[in-house]
Write a protein that binds this ligand. Structure first.
Ligand SMILES: Cc1ncc(COP(=O)(O)O)c(C=O)c1O
Length: 362
């Protein structure tokens, strides 16, 4: 044993002692249906233009700090104003920046569970107290009860997620407005999957001073590996976020990627129709399988309950057949549930075939 081994590494923050790192298994399964990525790579026309742009970058210089050209381009695509748009490395980093600006010690975040696990995780990382309100058994949010909970507990930040991960259901505009009007809290509406539902609430940012909509390039944009996310919010909120962002956080590579993607929107978004068609077929099949309860989804994934076998056993048996899905059985409200991403037609067929055999369902 050398001196190095005898020395004890310093302990981390005591308030995070029991926090487990984000660990969706990254296994090398032939059919990967566990992280809601788009199964189709970006089109060649996009990749070719990106290669040309990358070749012209001055990587020895810091990137443009406020990425004005990118914000202008994205704002024009979204039909909004440049000073309402902000980007970061994935919508997870957008959420981290929002909670660094609006959370912290003495402050509280409210989520409606079950929902996207990183909302709670980032809440803790930012040192903010996490208040968990429950959804109804069908995963909708009870309007009066949620407003009562907000008025009673007075959170500083409220998360909504539409379509909600992992349950797939969406919020109606009236629900979002009612929650924004219930208190002065910052309301973060996570729309990572919005292009699959086509029922986004971006326009409400102009009506509600306390609303931020966050979105991702990881799903419909087919660019999960590039780590790009954005928010749309009143300019005052973006000014607060700018106080906590690290200098030059959005790299020249990321900026080039967004500018290129904006030149190929129609082609990139061309997979949405196919995936929505596949989702409808998959839902129909799951709904008619014995031993399965499937929940309707507006996103590129479906949550389903295994009624006749323990979900972790089904998860493992699917993996043994080369199919990786996500196990939600330990999440309160999702007991005995698995979530499957919508993949290519062939991948979906393999999944459905394997599941029906495992559950003796067809
Ligand atoms: C609801 C929701 N929000 C945000 C994210 C994070 O996306 P990004 O890859 O943009 O960080 C995900 C990723 O799965 C998600 O499901």
């Amino acid at each position: 044993m050398n001196d190095q081994d005898l020395r004890l590494a310093p302990e981390g923050r005591s308030d995070l002692a029991d926090l487990r790192p984000y660990r969706a298994p990254q296994l090398d399964a032939p059919v990967k249906l566990n992280t809601n990525e788009n199964p189709y790579p970006p089109p060649d026309s996009f990749t070719l233009e990106l290669q040309q742009r990358l070749a012209g970058l001055n990587l020895h210089r810091y990137p443009i700090r406020d990425f004005t050209e990118v914000r202008e381009g994205l704002a024009s695509y979204l039909s909004t104003l440049t000073d309402r748009v902000w980007l970061a490395n994935g919508s997870n980093e957008i959420i981290l920046q929002l909670l660094l600006a609006y959370g912290g010690p003495e402050r509280k975040v409210m989520t409606f569970e079950p929902t996207y696990g990183m909302h709670g995780q980032i809440t803790r990382i930012s040192g903010t107290r996490h208040l968990r309100a429950r959804r109804n058994p069908d995963f909708t949010i009870h309007p009066e009860a949620s407003i009562e909970a907000i008025q009673l507990h007075r959170p500083d930040v409220v998360f909504l997620c539409s379509p909600n991960n992992p349950t797939g259901n969406s919020n109606r505009a009236e629900e979002v407005i009612a929650i924004c009007e219930a208190s002065p809290a910052l309301v973060i509406l996570d729309e990572a999957y919005i292009e699959f539902s086509g029922r986004g609430h971006l326009r409400l940012v102009e009506e509600c001073d306390n609303l931020v909509v966050t979105r991702s390039f990881s799903k419909s944009w087919r660019l999960a590996g590039a780590r790009i996310g954005y928010l749309v919010a009143p300019p005052r909120i973006i000014e607060e976020v700018q106080k906590v962002r690290l200098p030059y956080h959005f790299s020249a590579l990321s900026q080039a990627t967004v500018l290129t993607a904006l030149n190929h929107v129609d082609e990139i978004m061309g997979t949405i129709e196919t995936l929505n068609f596949e989702r409808a077929k998959m839902y129909e099949e799951l709904s008619t399988m014995r031993g399965v309860t499937a929940f309707p989804s507006d996103a590129n994934f479906i949550l389903f309950r295994c009624e006749s076998r323990p979900a972790p056993e089904v998860w493992q048996a699917l993996l043994d057949r080369g199919i990786l899905v996500r196990d939600f059985s330990e999440v309160p409200g999702c007991e005995n549930c698995l979530r499957v991403s919508v993949g290519t037609h062939e991948e979906n067929e393999k999944f459905l075939e394997a599941l029906s055999v495992l559950l003796f369902a067809r």
